[in-house]
Design a protein. Structure first.
Length: 136
Protein backbone atom coordinates (compact mmCIF):
# COMPACT_ATOMS: atom_id res chain seq x y z
CA UNK A 1 0.00 0.00 0.00
CA UNK A 2 1.47 3.35 -1.01
CA UNK A 3 2.09 5.75 1.84
CA UNK A 4 1.75 3.06 4.48
CA UNK A 5 4.70 4.52 6.34
CA UNK A 6 2.70 7.75 6.84
CA UNK A 7 -0.10 6.01 8.74
CA UNK A 8 -0.12 6.53 12.48
CA UNK A 9 -1.64 4.01 14.85
CA UNK A 10 -4.23 5.43 17.25
CA UNK A 11 -2.75 6.15 20.66
CA UNK A 12 -5.83 5.27 22.72
CA UNK A 13 -8.89 3.06 22.30
CA UNK A 14 -11.05 6.20 22.27
CA UNK A 15 -9.03 7.64 19.37
CA UNK A 16 -9.36 4.35 17.48
CA UNK A 17 -13.12 4.35 18.11
CA UNK A 18 -13.46 7.97 16.92
CA UNK A 19 -11.42 7.32 13.74
CA UNK A 20 -13.52 4.22 13.07
CA UNK A 21 -16.73 6.18 13.58
CA UNK A 22 -15.61 8.96 11.22
CA UNK A 23 -14.60 6.36 8.63
CA UNK A 24 -18.02 4.72 8.92
CA UNK A 25 -19.77 8.08 8.45
CA UNK A 26 -17.68 8.85 5.35
CA UNK A 27 -18.34 5.36 4.00
CA UNK A 28 -22.09 5.89 4.42
CA UNK A 29 -21.86 9.23 2.63
CA UNK A 30 -19.98 7.63 -0.27
CA UNK A 31 -22.52 4.77 -0.52
CA UNK A 32 -25.44 7.22 -0.54
CA UNK A 33 -23.76 9.38 -3.20
CA UNK A 34 -23.17 6.31 -5.38
CA UNK A 35 -26.79 5.17 -4.88
CA UNK A 36 -28.11 8.63 -5.78
CA UNK A 37 -25.98 8.75 -8.93
CA UNK A 38 -27.24 5.29 -9.94
CA UNK A 39 -30.87 6.34 -9.35
CA UNK A 40 -30.37 9.56 -11.33
CA UNK A 41 -28.85 7.66 -14.25
CA UNK A 42 -31.75 5.19 -14.18
CA UNK A 43 -34.24 8.08 -14.16
CA UNK A 44 -32.65 9.60 -17.26
CA UNK A 45 -32.41 6.25 -19.03
CA UNK A 46 -36.13 5.68 -18.51
CA UNK A 47 -37.14 9.14 -19.79
CA UNK A 48 -38.76 9.44 -23.21
CA UNK A 49 -36.42 10.46 -26.03
CA UNK A 50 -36.88 13.67 -27.98
CA UNK A 51 -35.70 15.24 -31.20
CA UNK A 52 -33.47 13.44 -33.66
CA UNK A 53 -33.17 10.27 -31.60
CA UNK A 54 -36.97 9.95 -31.44
CA UNK A 55 -37.07 10.18 -35.25
CA UNK A 56 -34.40 7.47 -35.56
CA UNK A 57 -36.33 5.15 -33.22
CA UNK A 58 -39.54 5.83 -35.15
CA UNK A 59 -37.77 4.84 -38.39
CA UNK A 60 -36.66 1.64 -36.66
CA UNK A 61 -40.37 1.01 -35.93
CA UNK A 62 -39.98 1.19 -32.15
CA UNK A 63 -43.36 1.79 -30.51
CA UNK A 64 -43.77 5.29 -29.11
CA UNK A 65 -44.14 4.08 -25.52
CA UNK A 66 -40.88 2.12 -25.78
CA UNK A 67 -38.79 5.04 -27.05
CA UNK A 68 -36.66 5.76 -24.00
CA UNK A 69 -33.11 7.03 -23.72
CA UNK A 70 -32.04 3.50 -22.85
CA UNK A 71 -33.62 2.18 -26.05
CA UNK A 72 -31.93 4.99 -27.99
CA UNK A 73 -28.51 4.11 -26.59
CA UNK A 74 -28.93 0.44 -27.42
CA UNK A 75 -30.23 1.31 -30.91
CA UNK A 76 -27.23 3.54 -31.60
CA UNK A 77 -24.85 0.88 -30.29
CA UNK A 78 -26.52 -1.65 -32.57
CA UNK A 79 -26.23 0.64 -35.60
CA UNK A 80 -22.55 1.29 -34.83
CA UNK A 81 -21.92 -2.44 -34.40
CA UNK A 82 -23.64 -3.15 -37.72
CA UNK A 83 -21.34 -0.56 -39.28
CA UNK A 84 -18.29 -2.49 -38.10
CA UNK A 85 -17.50 -0.87 -34.73
CA UNK A 86 -16.02 -3.79 -32.77
CA UNK A 87 -16.16 -1.93 -29.44
CA UNK A 88 -19.88 -1.29 -29.88
CA UNK A 89 -20.41 -4.96 -30.72
CA UNK A 90 -18.43 -6.04 -27.65
CA UNK A 91 -20.41 -3.71 -25.40
CA UNK A 92 -23.70 -5.05 -26.78
CA UNK A 93 -22.55 -8.62 -26.18
CA UNK A 94 -21.54 -7.73 -22.62
CA UNK A 95 -24.84 -5.95 -21.92
CA UNK A 96 -26.86 -8.91 -23.14
CA UNK A 97 -24.64 -11.52 -21.51
CA UNK A 98 -23.75 -13.10 -24.86
CA UNK A 99 -20.00 -12.50 -24.78
CA UNK A 100 -18.47 -15.86 -25.72
CA UNK A 101 -15.10 -16.49 -24.14
CA UNK A 102 -12.61 -19.21 -24.94
CA UNK A 103 -10.00 -20.62 -22.60
CA UNK A 104 -7.17 -18.32 -23.77
CA UNK A 105 -8.97 -15.14 -22.63
CA UNK A 106 -9.64 -14.21 -26.25
CA UNK A 107 -13.05 -13.69 -27.74
CA UNK A 108 -14.12 -15.48 -30.90
CA UNK A 109 -17.48 -14.64 -32.34
CA UNK A 110 -19.05 -16.60 -35.18
CA UNK A 111 -21.30 -14.46 -37.31
CA UNK A 112 -23.35 -16.45 -39.81
CA UNK A 113 -23.35 -14.71 -43.18
CA UNK A 114 -25.00 -17.42 -45.26
CA UNK A 115 -25.80 -21.03 -44.56
CA UNK A 116 -22.50 -22.23 -46.06
CA UNK A 117 -20.35 -19.26 -45.07
CA UNK A 118 -19.26 -18.11 -41.62
CA UNK A 119 -17.14 -15.17 -40.50
CA UNK A 120 -15.04 -15.48 -37.37
CA UNK A 121 -14.12 -12.24 -35.60
CA UNK A 122 -11.08 -12.58 -33.35
CA UNK A 123 -11.02 -9.97 -30.59
CA UNK A 124 -8.03 -10.30 -28.27
CA UNK A 125 -8.56 -9.50 -24.59
CA UNK A 126 -5.97 -6.81 -23.96
CA UNK A 127 -7.26 -6.08 -20.46
CA UNK A 128 -8.43 -2.56 -21.26
CA UNK A 129 -12.10 -3.51 -21.32
CA UNK A 130 -12.11 -5.76 -18.27
CA UNK A 131 -13.53 -4.68 -14.94
CA UNK A 132 -10.21 -5.46 -13.24
CA UNK A 133 -8.40 -2.94 -15.41
CA UNK A 134 -10.89 -0.19 -14.45
CA UNK A 135 -10.59 -0.97 -10.76
CA UNK A 136 -13.97 -2.68 -10.45
Amino acid sequence: MAGKENLKAPRTPEEAREKGRRGGVKSGEARRAKRDARETAQLFLNMAVAGNLDDILAKLEIKEGDRTNQMGIVARLTLKAQGGDVHAARLLWEITGQMPKNSENNFNVNVGKDDDESIVIYIPDNGRDSGKARGK
